[in-house]
Ligand binder design. Structure first.
Ligand code: DGL
Length: 270
């Protein structure tokens, strides 16, 4: 049993899709979340910049002595997981491996799509993971750079003509490839599930990276005998931007009220 918190970070709000799943499957766990809203999006930046930001995010979270850190960001996971694991002795999990494992287990046609940020797609990390688990699978990729700013602006609801138009354009090439499984390789994208399903057709299985990361976190804690004891866990939220805006949007992502107020952090100090 281990009462220390799980640390979770993302470039912004997207990682809250992983927090929501963590809270559903392990309600006793304490969670410390950091969203780097002042510097979102990471997905159009260089690997060097993403690594610099990720190191700062992790240094901030390490002050809380986490027993495990979840990188709830496809961009950081695909570009920096190995560096962060090498530099820190605590367990750190990313979203790439658990997400790809799930896709490999559900695809029947072995034609899989991947949508993610530019930096995630161009890192090749998802593609390498597919090749390692099943070299027969064909992976069709599409970077969707406008999805993150739209979601951060709260533009993710069905009927929103702007986001529906953007989605239709991004997803048209994947429709042509007759995939049966689509990896949502960015933790912001589960908010767009209805829109993406509408554009792809209901028979395409969508793999939610936040959910898969949460399940992977549970497995690691089980293996280490490090689950929290009984009782309701607390979640605390930190952001590098205005906390009031963060809190309002966070409640939409979490689909529950943020009981504790979010706090603003000067991330450049870390
Ligand atoms: N949630 C991040 C991801 O999963 C968003 C990326 C970004 O900041 O561009 O990739």
């Amino acid at each position: 049993m281990d009462q220390r918190p799980i640390g979770v970070f993302d470039s912004g709000l997207g990682g809250l899709t992983a927090v929501r799943q963590l809270r559903q499957i392990m309600p006793s766990e304490h969670i410390i979340y950091f969203g780097d809203n002042a510097r979102v999006p990471y997905g159009n930046r260089s690997r060097e910049t993403i690594l610099k930001y990720a190191r700062q995010d992790l240094r901030f979270l390490r002050q809380f002595d986490p027993k495990l850190v979840v990188i709830a960001c496809g961009t950081v996971s695909s570009n920096c997981l190995e560096d962060l694991q090498r530099e820190n002795e605590i367990p750190i999990i990313g979203v790439v491996e658990p997400t790809v494992r799930r896709a490999v287990s559900v695809t029947a046609s072995r034609r899989v799509g991947l949508i993610a940020t530019r930096a995630s797609v161009s890192s090749g990390a998802y593609q390498r993971q597919f090749a390692a688990l099943d070299p027969e699978i064909r992976v069709f990729t599409q970077a969707c750079p406008l999805f993150v700013p739209l979601v951060e602006e709260g533009r993710f609801r069905s009927g929103d003509v702007v986001v529906e138009t953007v989605a239709a354009e991004y997803l048209a090439p994947l429709r042509e490839e007759r995939i049966d499984t689509l990896v949502l390789g960015c933790t912001h994208y589960p908010l767009l599930t209805e829109i993406i399903s509408g554009a792809m057709g209901g028979s395409v299985f969508l793999v939610d990276s936040g959910r898969e990361a949460a399940c992977a976190a549970q497995s690691v804690l089980l293996q280490r005998d490090a689950l929290a004891g009984p009782g309701m866990g607390e979640a605390r939220f930190y952001t590098s931007e205005l906390a009031a805006d963060f809190q309002r949007m966070a409640e939409i992502f979490l689909q529950e009220p943020c009981r504790a107020a979010a706090e603003t952090v000067d991330i450049e100090r870390y």
